[in-house]
Design a protein around this ligand. Structure first.
Ligand SMILES: *[C@@H]1O[C@H](CO)[C@@H](O)[C@H](O)[C@H]1NC(C)=O
Ligand SMILES: *[C@@H]1O[C@H](CO)[C@@H](O)[C@H](O)[C@H]1NC(C)=O
Length: 380
């Protein structure tokens, strides 16, 4: 009797205070990189009237009007910025560089920071971090440039090209055994991205065919018939972040945008009854502004075959709105399978009962399980 009570109390505690045994290290990592950056073509926003005008301009059916949003010229820049990252490995033991380990390198998408992978919610349901650690993987996850604790840059500058350059450098460092809590060089590495983070990961693998062993693109699709960069913009009802919540975001320039309200966040990231409304409120309370140039370049990833011989997966919610117009069935493998035709293994999953913000749906744990079983089946 007594031991049952103790056991019950212990398991409650485990549920309340954050999951599986792990050892984590936080890092501030200076990264030098060169990228060819698109240049915002309009005047910087002063007020949300300008943002409203920007939305109708970019959505114009006339290319001369919509094309004015990005300058025809790009800039080749070399910069150094500090990226904030966390590395976690399973258990509390001493790191042993001789033990084989696969490190997942995770890149979050727009409207989130790295906490997307480990929100302060019921860990068994919503923590990608905890699930993959429980399966023996280690995880390196970081805030994109301009987001969270990474260095702030202008919201007219952060974009696909510089985020791709940064992830490339971070991956090289991790592969070299740096910033991995003394665990040494990983035996295998896998890029995992969500949404815009998927676009970044895809570009890194396309440009560096032999850098990693696997890539998992979530909340993502290559199918341009049903992919419309404007849907995100329109559903989110974008507003200037610093003016919406000066208490939190006064330090951001007006290039940083955010969703207009909870319901716009829900339209963009959630689907129907497949989420807990308290979780949607939590996600909206913890939303993170994104750069207008990230929004504008987010769909500029190449849609052509990738000479990648590792393991590739695309997993999106069936009802992903921004990437599949709310129906990913039959869309992810078309052209996903031909893009990854050189891989050792490829799998596309349109996950029932799930929208774009996969990790905040009631199905989150199911998606985590599908990812790690696919990796494990293919030697990762
Ligand atoms: C950008 O500059 C770097 C060095 O400064 C150079 O190696 C690279 O070729 C340039 N790229 C483009 C597209 O101009
Ligand atoms: C997108 O998917 C649909 C449905 O499978 C298919 O008909 C269409 O050709 C695909 N588009 C592209 C560009 O591959």
């Amino acid at each position: 009797m007594r031991s049952t009570v103790l056991l019950a109390a212990a398991s409650l505690l485990a549920a309340a205070n954050a999951g599986v045994p792990k050892t984590c290290n936080d890092y501030k990592i200076p990264i030098s990189f060169t990228s060819v950056n698109a240049v915002f073509g309009l005047d910087p926003f002063q007020t949300d009237f300008d943002v409203a005008n920007f939305v109708t301009t970019i959505a114009s059916r006339t290319p001369e009007i919509s094309g004015s949003v990005l300058s025809p010229f790009s800039l080749n820049v070399t910069e150094t910025h500090t990226i904030s990252a966390t590395f976690c490995r399973p258990g509390h033991g001493k790191p042993d560089p001789k033990v084989e380990n696969t490190v997942l390198i995770a890149t979050h998408g727009l409207n989130f920071d790295r906490a997307y992978w480990d929100p302060q919610l019921d860990k068994e349901t919503y923590s990608f971090l905890d699930w993959v650690l429980s399966q023996g993987y280690s995880v390196f996850y970081y805030d994109r440039l301009g987001v969270g604790e990474s260095e702030q840059v202008s919201g007219y500058v952060a974009q696909l090209s510089n985020q791709v350059a940064i992830l490339t450098e971070l991956t090289k460092l991790v592969k070299g055994g740096h910033y991995v809590g003394g665990t040494g060089q990983p035996s295998k590495t896998v890029l995992v991205g969500h949404g815009f983070g998927g676009a970044i990961s895809s570009e890194v693998v396309r440009k560096n065919k032999k850098l990693v062993d696997g890539v998992v693109l979530t909340g993502f699709s290559y199918n341009s018939t049903h992919l419309n960069g404007l849907e995100f913009l329109e559903a989110a009802g974008v507003r200037i972040a610093a003016q919406q919540q000066p208490g939190k975001w006064r330090q951001l320039d007006t290039g940083y945008l955010t969703t207009v309200d909870l319901f716009a966040s829900v339209t963009t990231f959630f689907h129907d009854s497949y989420y807990d409304t308290e979780v949607a409120r939590y996600a909206d309370d913890h939303k993170v502004p994104f750069a207008v140039t990230e929004l504008l370049t987010g769909h500029r990833f190449a849609i052509k075959p990738i000479e990648f011989k590792g393991v590739a997966m695309i997993l999106s919610g069936k009802y992903d709105f921004p990437f599949c117009m709310s129906d990913c069935d039959g869309v992810l493998e078309n052209p996903g399978a031909s893009i990854f035709s050189k891989t050792k293994a490829f799998k596309a999953i349109s996950l029932p009962g799930t929208g774009h913000g996969i990790n905040f749906h009631t199905t989150a744990a199911k998606s985590f399980e599908k990812i790690t079983s696919f990796l494990a089946e293919n030697g990762l």
